[in-house]
Design a protein. Structure first.
Length: 160
């Protein structure tokens, strides 16, 4: 329980650092559009696993739902000074390490540089950002849940 609360506090802190005061799109519209989005192929060795689905309509290639992930609801999206972005929570049967490796590969393929990594107990966190000042950003926290799937919080900013 303490790990879950610590992970939730970390997620909230990371999310607040990347949020702006811009109004969010209606969650129902974002969810419906995400459901209608066409899957894209996973880059790298995961090609044979499953196609990926954007975390939200218009999300950058590095912000996708982990293959086989089950979103807990539609992404919360907003537009800030560094462009559009969002937050999505989902669960997966994959390990926290596998989830972080997947997003690290996607971030690097998109030209983002690793800026943060953290391991606390079984929880894993990773952050990457564009070095060109465009504002592109990816953060992911993967937390194991006792007797359950891995809980994942993904947030991103697409950049200007």
């Amino acid at each position: 329980m303490k790990r879950t609360l610590a992970a939730a506090a970390l997620i909230a802190a990371l999310a607040m650092a990347g949020c702006s005061q811009a109004p969010a799109e209606d969650g129902a519209e974002a969810g419906a559009a995400a459901d209608a989005a066409a899957p894209t192929a996973v880059e790298g060795p995961a090609d044979s696993i499953a196609p990926t689905v954007p975390a939200a309509p218009g999300a950058p290639a590095f912000a996708v739902v982990y293959p086989g992930g089950a979103p807990s609801g539609p992404a919360t999206v907003a537009r800030g000074p560094d462009g559009p972005g969002g937050i999505l929570s989902f669960t997966t049967d994959a390990s926290p390490d596998a989830v972080i490796d997947f997003y690290r590969q996607r971030a690097e393929a998109a030209g983002l540089a690793s800026v943060m990594a953290m391991n606390t107990g079984g929880a894993r966190a990773y952050g990457a950002a564009a070095e060109d000042g465009s504002g592109k950003l990816l953060r992911v926290v993967a937390t194991p849940v006792e007797d359950g799937p891995t809980s994942v919080q993904l947030d991103w900013t697409a950049g200007r």
